[in-house]
Design a protein around this ligand. Structure first.
Ligand SMILES: [Zn+2]
Length: 418
């Protein structure tokens, strides 16, 4: 049947809008991908790199400047002979709220569009066994303090992401299983955590280790690694698998849970209900117990463990070496199964690196000879709050992939959050 001309017209208009959306995102992507130390690219350079015409780039950039996503930053020469053009950069006056609930602390911070952590507050808090309402209330107080500082600093906060130490259903904001918190099938009321004037329907919920693995990908060693297993040491042991620049979650979102890979058949019971998981021998509490480290909080125990290691305490050294040995077994099995070429250690594992790595490398040499070389094990250089950076980073990527959503906001909404 012949369509009505009006219908054809609206379809064509839809296609034009789609192309424009893609091109806006393409331009932002080119600017976001620049080495921060390189000169800011000009319109002409972006045109050359994207294959778009200079006129198109100028028009797209005008929209992105009007939406506040870009700023102009002085002159930038495109090459030896090119005329200098005005440089373009992501507007670092825009940011995203990153939040983290962990077993022994809460954290909130603002990461700007360029990936810089501009504000960050971490508070020690034993959250295991506490109800979600109570924990979210404390997190909301922390977040309000961070947002107030963001306002004072002139930062506009666009969205929010929250990382928790457990499996999540992000769509319905439910923590499916967080054994170290004692939460199971726990719905979270995230609406009060939304920054005023923020875009998107709600706070994006994610798994802490997956978010930390993504932070590593975007802001850490990731760009130089092709396929890696990220292993994060907290009270629990979390993990994330990254292949070709993407986090692999598997059909149920549970892939990469290296903390619950079995490393010792006769081992003790794990919080997950299984026996002999990596977490039971390399989790923080297991290491403290083996080292005989006392203290009132995990943070205090960690400082004491590091002091003991620095002083050459044999029990502390043996406890950490034991964790390294089992980390090696888990990494060797994982490498055989999924073809990873590197292991990145994050969380407290990176702080224990000097004492952990010799045993880990010996274990890899025994269990995965010629597969994972000693050079393929690297320590994360990101701070303890890598998960917060990853949770915020996901939202930043979402903003940059869908810039038109910001352009469609009524002008009054723009300053409500600041
Ligand atoms: Zn387990």
């Amino acid at each position: 049947m012949r369509r009505l001309p009006a219908d054809e017209g609206s379809q064509a208009a839809g296609r034009v809008a789609d192309v424009r959306r893609r091109n806006l995102s393409l331009v932002l992507d080119r600017i976001a991908a620049r080495d921060p130390l390189a000169p800011a690219p000009s319109r002409a350079l972006i045109a050359a790199e994207t294959g778009l015409t200079k006129a198109s780039v100028s028009s797209l950039v005008a929209d992105l400047l009007a939406a506040g996503l870009l700023t102009e930053v002085g002159l930038s020469r495109d090459g030896e002979r090119g005329r200098p053009g005005v440089g373009l950069a992501l507007n670092d006056g825009l940011g995203v709220l990153g939040l983290e609930i962990n077993v022994d602390y809460l954290a909130a911070g603002v990461v700007d569009l360029t990936g810089r952590v501009r504000i960050q507050v971490v508070e020690e808090r034993i959250n295991s066994g506490r109800g979600p309402e109570e924990v979210l209330r404390d997190l909301s107080d922390l977040s309000a303090r961070v947002l107030s500082r963001a306002g004072q600093d002139g930062l506009r906060v666009l969205a929010a992401g929250l990382a928790v130490p457990g499996l999540v259903d992000a769509e319905s904001a439910v923590v499916l299983d967080a054994p170290n918190l004692g939460w199971s099938r726990t719905p979270l009321d995230l609406a009060p955590l939304m920054p005023p004037g923020g875009r998107g329907a709600t706070v994006a919920l994610s798994n802490e280790a997956n978010s930390a693995a993504l932070a590593e990908l975007w802001y850490g060693h990731g760009p130089t690694l092709r396929a890696y297993l990220f292993i994060s040491g907290e009270v629990g042991v979390g993990g994330g698998l990254v292949f070709n620049g993407e986090l692999f979650l598997g059909p149920g979102g549970h892939a990469g849970e290296v903390g619950h890979v079995v490393v010792t058949e006769e081992g003790s019971m794990c919080s997950c209900g299984g026996r002999g998981c990596l977490e039971t021998v390399a989790g923080q509490e297991a290491v403290f117990a083996a080292a005989g480290t006392a203290g009132s909080t995990p943070a205090e125990k960690m400082e004491r463990l590091l002091t003991a290691l620095g002083g050459g305490d044999p029990a502390a050294e043996a406890a950490v070496a034991r964790a390294g040995h089992y980390l090696g077994i888990a990494a060797a099995s994982s490498a055989r199964l999924v073809d990873i070429s590197a292991v990145v250690l994050g969380g407290y594992f990176s702080r224990l690196g000097p004492w952990l790595l010799p045993a880990l490398r010996a274990s890899l040499a025994t269990h995965a000879p010629r597969l994972l070389d000693t050079a393929d094990v690297v320590l994360s250089e990101l701070p303890q709050t890598a998960a917060l950076m990853g949770a915020a980073g996901s939202c930043i990527r979402d903003v940059l992939a869908n810039p038109q959503e910001l352009m469609e906001q009524p002008p009054g909404a723009a300053s409500a959050g600041a």
